[in-house]
Design a protein around this ligand. Structure first.
Ligand SMILES: *[C@@H]1O[C@H](CO)[C@@H](O)[C@H](O)[C@H]1NC(C)=O
Ligand SMILES: *[C@@H]1O[C@H](CO)[C@@H](O)[C@H](O)[C@H]1NC(C)=O
Ligand SMILES: *[C@@H]1O[C@H](CO)[C@@H](O)[C@H](O)[C@H]1NC(C)=O
Length: 736
């Protein structure tokens, strides 16, 4: 079934004479000539010894990198107005990040960039470093705010925007959309089913399967970049993962960029591809669905439990392990986006660039309900089912989803902190309040009150920058309402997209009906049952003002609580080496001969990665020997085929080992290769210094080729275990 908001777009496709021809060349004449810029920069902060953001699992501590995290910036300018859209490989965007990014841009460029024309959106990976949000609740499992995590993100986002700014050239934009049906499932179907039947009947699926895609081409015909919005949680990597990763969306971006920038390592090419987040609130990538992992039986549908407990009920798939699932869901998104990018049904974008934004106090916003009565939003609070977690990552306690009754034991503990305000209990009904977070201010605010709402328009495209995770139906209602409001203002066709987790994080936004079921998403809808209705009102008012060219009140300024932040996580004390070794020494050489498809390992005496995140750099390289005797860079720590794993061997001696692995891609040319590792170590006297190490050379031959190994060899993938190397290391480094 066609969504109503897509119909205008389809009509345009049918009407455009150029629309059926191949490529951008003859289409460009009917689109507006914009000024366009794209930029990408690394935002990977501390990669070891810190909690990861997303599952709120204190045991999930980072210990290396699978792929790096990037900020991708896009500038669209009609000669009068300029809009910046940034999609960053983060769990979510943070208010403090936006405050500092705008401050820095103002220093560089004056009033060219501001709150209202810069949209910052997070993809929602659950495998990045935590500790970058200023409200206390979000930093509990990371033991507080982590300055190095925050600094890397701010610096990387600003650098990506600078690159976009410096790359601006005249160009054309094209819009299209398509369906990706087998990359997502609804993880709270019982809540979805509480939406009105006639509303549900208008949609074929219980999650949005539509990918909306914006293509950017320079006037000279060269490809510049692409943004697509598709709703799915980047939770293919589960809460046992310890390697930094952009998950399925970060990987999809690397696939697209790798294809368009052949011969480059991730983050270095000109073409930039963002796989931005949409209304992913109730959308899981774990398409095998939830199962009781202990028995193989289905979980209880209403509570997502097995024998009354959440621990064993979780979802996985479509692969046999999380890395394979990430690969599959990432590849599906890439394949669809690449197909759409090259499709014939691209619609040229034409019309003005506009934007509008406002800060709103969500703790008491008056909403006008359909029956003519009024109600209000509430000061933030979390329900009991929040603590149950989801089937993408169950919670640690005995809470289940679908709880509309409270638990006296927890009430007692929570009341010990501060008694729940009786008005709050009424306001949030039927949510039983576990944590009255909006009223907790010790040592500083636990949850936001001032929330940003923002819209950006480029011709037909309307980017709805929402401050959290809208569920499927919440997103549909918002898009539909905005399309209808703008149509009334004479702006059509309009293609609204939800840019999820933008500007500030306020967790979930369900519909009023889904809220009543109090699954995890409803329990995490912070401002009460009327949260969505309030946002629809706020964004509609903004849309009308934008259409009419009217300005709105900026609203109360967002608080900057940087100076109040607590950090209780100890930093790196010092690093040491075993007697007779230096930092960077290779303690396990790669096997001297390997076939493509095999994995080679190297181990190095290492320093703590938190000494320096090597922003924009890499902890490892794979290099190929050229005929002239120089070494060519083949891969970094951001390539899918490499892994950088770091482990402290002894806290007392400060010793650690970095393990680099490289799974040799099938198309790797035969030849001589080597692996390097670089990092920083810290001593009490000299502070932080850099080091690097390099392995011996090794030969790579194509699997199945006539090249025979120089000696008898085992399957080298198992070499690590075969040599008993790790045991030896543990002895050498002592105390483990
Ligand atoms: C995470 O994925 C791994 C497979 O990669 C699996 O063994 C494990 O049970 C999963 N855990 C959770 C909590 O999903
Ligand atoms: C909410 O705002 C209204 C005015 O809009 C005011 O009358 C009311 O007292 C406020 N309620 C709270 C709990 O702050
Ligand atoms: C406002 O909404 C709450 C929660 O749904 C409800 O309990 C209350 O009765 C409503 N108040 C009014 C005046 O409608």
């Amino acid at each position: 079934m066609m969504l109503r908001w897509l119909l205008p777009l389809l009509l345009v496709v049918l009407q455009q004479p150029g629309a059926s021809s191949q490529g951008g060349n003859d289409l460009k004449d009917i689109g507006t000539l914009y000024n366009l810029g794209v930029g990408i920069h690394d935002i990977t902060g501390p990669v070891a010894g810190v909690n990861m953001m997303g599952y709120a699992n204190p045991a999930q501590i980072a210990g290396g990198i699978h792929i790096r995290l990037f900020s991708r910036a896009f500038i669209m300018d009609d000669g009068i107005n300029r809009l910046v859209f940034v999609s960053a490989d983060l769990g979510m965007m943070g208010q403090l990040i936006k405050i500092e990014v705008i401050e820095r841009l103002e220093k560089l460029y004056g009033d060219q960039y501001s709150y209202s024309n810069v949209i910052l959106s997070g993809i929602h990976t659950h495998s990045g470093p935590a500790g970058f949000l200023q409200y206390l609740l979000f930093d509990i499992t990371s033991f507080g705010f982590l300055r190095d995590s925050y600094d890397a993100i701010v610096e990387g986002i600003v650098q990506s925007i600078i690159r976009a700014h410096d790359s601006v050239v005249p160009g054309y934009l094209y819009l299209t959309h398509g369906e990706l049906t087998d990359a997502s499932i609804n993880r709270s179907p019982s809540a979805y089913l509480n939406n009105p039947e006639d509303e549900r009947a208008r949609y074929e699926y219980d999650t949005d399967k539509t990918m909306t895609l914006l293509k950017m081409v320079a006037e000279d015909g060269s490809d510049m970049g692409v943004i697509n919005w598709f709703a799915v949680h980047p939770t293919s990597m589960n809460n046992t993962n310890t390697l930094i990763s952009g998950d399925n969306k970060g990987y999809a971006s690397q696939l697209f960029e790798g294809t368009m920038n052949p011969g480059t390592v991730p983050g270095q090419g000109k073409f930039v591809a963002a796989f931005a987040q949409a209304n992913c609130g109730d959308v899981s990538p774990n398409t095998k669905g939830p199962v009781c992992q202990n028995t193989g039986e289905p979980c209880d549908i209403l509570t997502s439990t097995c024998d009354g407990k959440v621990h064993f009920c979780y979802a996985s798939g479509p692969g046999d392990n999380m890395e394979e699932s990430t690969h599959i869901i990432g590849t599906k998104q890439f394949d669809k986006a690449f197909e759409l990018y090259n499709t014939q049904s691209l619609v040229p974008v034409s019309g003005p660039v506009q934007f509008i934004g406002q800060q709103v106090d969500m703790s008491n916003y008056t909403v006008n309900l359909a029956d003519g009565s009024q109600n209000r939003t509430c000061t933030a609070a979390l329900g009991f089912s929040f603590a149950a977690g989801t089937t993408d990552g169950p919670g640690a306690f005995d809470f289940t989803q679908g709880m509309t009754e409270s638990n006296p034991f927890w009430n007692a503990i929570v009341n010990f902190i501060i008694e729940t305000d009786p008005d709050q209990i009424i306001c949030h009904d039927p949510k039983p309040i576990l944590l009255d977070t909006g009223n907790y201010n010790i040592p500083y605010a636990w949850h936001p009150k001032i929330v940003e709402a923002q819209l950006g328009r480029v011709g037909q495209l309307l980017i709805t920058a929402v401050p959290g995770e809208f569920t499927t139906m919440s997103g549909r209602r918002m898009r539909e309402q905005l399309a209808s409001v703008l149509t009334d203002e004479g702006i059509e066709p309009i293609v609204p997209v939800i840019a999820g987790l933008s500007n500030i994080y306020t967790q979930y936004i369900t519909t009023f009906e889904e809220y009543a079921i109090q699954r995890y998403e409803g329990a995490s809808t912070l401002y009460g049952p009327h949260t969505l209705t309030a946002y629809m009102q706020i964004f509609s008012d903004l849309a009308v003002a934008m259409a009419r060219g009217e300005s709105v009140d900026a609203g109360p300024p967002p608080p900057n609580m940087l100076d109040e932040q607590w950090d209780l996580l100890p930093g790196v004390m010092f690093d040491g080496t075993p007697l007779g070794y230096s930092f960077g020494d290779v303690i396990a050489q790669p096997y001297p001969f390997a076939y493509t498809g095999e994995t080679v390992f190297a181990k190095f005496v290492s320093g703590h990665p938190r000494n320096d995140p090597q922003l924009g750099g890499s902890f490892l390289t794979v290099e190929k020997l050229l005929d002239d005797g120089t070494w060519k860079l083949i891969a970094t720590d951001s390539n899918w085929n490499t892994k950088f794993a770091w482990e402290r061997m002894s806290t007392i001696l400060g010793t650690s080992v970095a393990t680099v692995s490289w799974t040799i891609p099938d198309d790797t040319p035969e030849g001589t290769y080597r692996i390097t590792h670089s990092g920083h170590f810290k001593t009490l006297i000299r502070g932080i210094s850099s080091y690097s190490g390099v392995t011996e050379e090794f030969k790579v031959a194509t699997m199945g080729s006539n090249t025979v190994p120089p000696q008898n060899r085992e399957d080298i993938t198992n070499l690590e275990e075969a040599t008993g190397f790790l045991n030896w290391m543990r002895h050498l480094f002592g105390l483990q």
